[in-house]
Ligand binder design. Structure first.
Ligand code: RIB
Ligand code: CA
Length: 315
């Protein structure tokens, strides 16, 4: 039985690959995509979701735009990684996939209320939409099967030395989600940094010889350059794609139960996820936390998804 999923994302190069995985694999039924301000403004992340779905031929999946700024304070963007458009590196025509008439929270309300089974939420950007939805519709919490999010880390951050970008962008929203009592799985940098898109992965995508494969290699070329420049990484991680990959293959990522707290007030640590891996605080675990990944199996899923969605290059 396919898993009913809503992606909540801020495309973003890695969010784009997560959309492809969710659209391609029969284990997932993609009910919709909600977008949020994060890597870029919500206007840009929404346009990027439409662009990716257009190139991939993903039709009939609603795309609903969400919150433009975090619950408190001003937003941040990741222009240094994802560029001015939020999806720099590939050339896109005018998207043919429309934006839904509803905002993200309304779309979440309608879909969770009306879908015949509980839905899995897969947030891969700041958690602003999810937190806003949980505040507005507590009566629909039971319609959420689980939340599988990309964010945080059991170790260092990437927006600050302590905080990963999605958590740093809206710490209060992350705190609301982690305190919600809902089944949360957190896949953080400590896992995603183990699975960089190395040249052999790029070569496999290039060998597909299709427009979608070309979009993927163009995006990887751009984000590979920014990851080299900013972090000195030889190859870029595709953080977000690990979330749907985990849904497709539950054995792909090793999880442990732990208490995760979000730091809200630290002068130097605001947005940090404090993961009590050893249970030293006595706080009851509130999340499954990723600690390892089967890297070859992950990339097989990604390449297979692009192949599945690829239409042959025009002769
Ligand atoms: O820190 C990585 C995360 O922040 C990813 O989701 C990336 O797309 C950005 O949103
Ligand atoms: Ca993201």
């Amino acid at each position: 039985m396919p898993i009913p999923v809503i992606l909540d994302c801020d495309p973003g190069h890695d969010d784009a690959f997560n959309i492809l995985l969710a659209a391609a694999h029969p284990a997932v039924r993609l009910l919709g995509i909600t977008t949020v301000a994060g890597n870029q403004t919500v206007e840009k992340t929404t346009l990027n979701a439409r662009r990716v779905c257009t190139v991939a031929g993903v039709e009939g999946v609603p795309i609903a735009a969400g919150m433009a700024r975090p619950l408190y304070g001003d937003g941040i963007v990741a222009r240094n990684i994802h560029g001015e458009s939020g999806l720099d590196g590939a050339v896109f025509g005018e998207p043919t996939v429309p934006v839904d008439g509803r905002d993200a929270v309304t779309f979440l309300r309608d879909t969770l209320r009306d879908h015949p089974a509980p839905v899995t939420l897969v947030p891969t950007g700041p958690l602003t939409n999810i937190a806003t939805f949980l505040r507005a519709h507590p009566e629909l919490g039971g319609r959420i099967e689980r939340i599988v999010l990309m964010g945080g880390s059991t170790g260092r951050g990437n927006r600050t030395p302590a905080a990963e970008f999605n958590m740093a962008a809206d710490p209060e929203a992350a705190d609301i989600v982690l305190r919600s009592g809902l089944p949360v799985t957190m896949i953080g940098l400590n896992v995603s940094h183990k699975a960089p898109a190395t040249p052999d992965v790029v070569a496999r995508l290039d060998a597909l010889g299709t427009p979608l494969g070309r979009m993927c290699t163009d995006l990887l070329s751009y984000v590979g350059a920014t990851y080299r420049e900013v972090f000195g990484f030889p190859a870029p991680p595709l953080h977000d794609a690990l979330t749907v990959a985990h849904l497709i293959d539950p054995d792909l990522i090793t999880l442990v139960r732990a208490h995760v707290a979000v730091e809200l007030t630290g002068a130097h640590t605001r947005g940090a996820t404090v993961v009590d891996l050893d249970g030293v605080t006595g706080a009851p675990p509130n999340a499954y936390v990723g600690v390892d990944v089967n890297v070859p199996a992950f990339w097989d899923l990604v390449v297979d998804a692009v192949r599945t969605l690829s239409s042959p290059a025009p002769s």
